[in-house]
Ligand binder design. Structure first.
Ligand code: PRP
Length: 212
């Protein structure tokens, strides 16, 4: 039997995923060691390998088949636009992709005026404004703390993830429009889905039983 390899998005997502896997009998003790510098973890009896990657790289590993399976947020899947199968909504890490800004930016959005949109997700922002809203905007790519942009006058609005809404609130910003709901998803390489059909289907079915 060959190894099935999993790419997990580093951080909270990976932790919750491993908890779900444990509940269906897939354990990987060496991964729990917070101090380890190891990059790849193996479960010999089940012939599984796991590695952690930056969220944005997970779809890349899966598309190229370096990982058979990935667990990553829907935001990253949409942004990366890779060729892969999205097979399961794991129903955790739930949040929303939103257009946010000061209340005063609402009029600019409604008037379809030329505005600047800052985002860590330029492709999602482009798709939303160009293909869904048919509104021409200028998109400015940032790498984090995107809420700063409208505060310091880099952009009128942002496209960003809203979970509790407290980051917005503490910075005098608000949700102006909702782009789409988000959560953690399982993705599968297109060839692996055919070659390892039985093992992957079994895994999906077992995980379905754990979804809250
Ligand atoms: C995300 C997102 C918001 C915040 C939303 O940022 O970009 O800033 O969480 O959460 P809230 O609605 O519960 O306040 P993250 O912490 O991932 O870091 P970033 O600033 O680097 O994007």
């Amino acid at each position: 039997m060959r190894y099935l390899t999993f790419a997990l998005a580093k951080g909270r997502l990976a932790k919750t995923t491993m908890k779900m896997f444990e509940e269906i009998g897939i354990k990987c003790e060496e991964m729990k060691d917070e101090k380890t510098r190891k990059l790849i973890f193996v479960n010999e009896e089940l012939k599984l390998k796991f590695f952690l990657a930056k969220a944005g790289d997970v779809p890349t590993y899966v598309e190229y088949g370096a990982a058979d399976i990935g667990v990553v947020g829907k935001d990253t899947i949409l942004e990366e636009g890779r060729k892969l199968y999205e097979v399961l909504d794991l129903n955790f890490g739930k949040c929303r992709m939103c257009v946010c800004g000061p209340e005063s930016a609402r009029a600019l959005l409604n008037n379809h005026g030329m505005i600047r949109v800052a985002s860590k997700y330029p492709n999602i922002a482009k798709d939303y404004f160009y293909n869904q809203k048919h509104q021409t905007v200028e998109i400015i790519k940032l790498n984090g703390s995107v809420e700063l942009a409208p505060i310091v006058g880099l952009s009128e609005v942002i496209v960003d993830i809203v979970e509790t809404g407290s980051t917005l609130k503490e910075n005098g910003l608000t949700v102006l429009e909702e782009v789409c709901p988000l959560s953690a998803r399982m993705v599968v390489n297109q060839v692996s889905m055919k070659m390892e059909d039985e093992r992957i289907r079994k895994l999906i079915n077992e995980l379905k039983g754990q979804i809250k």
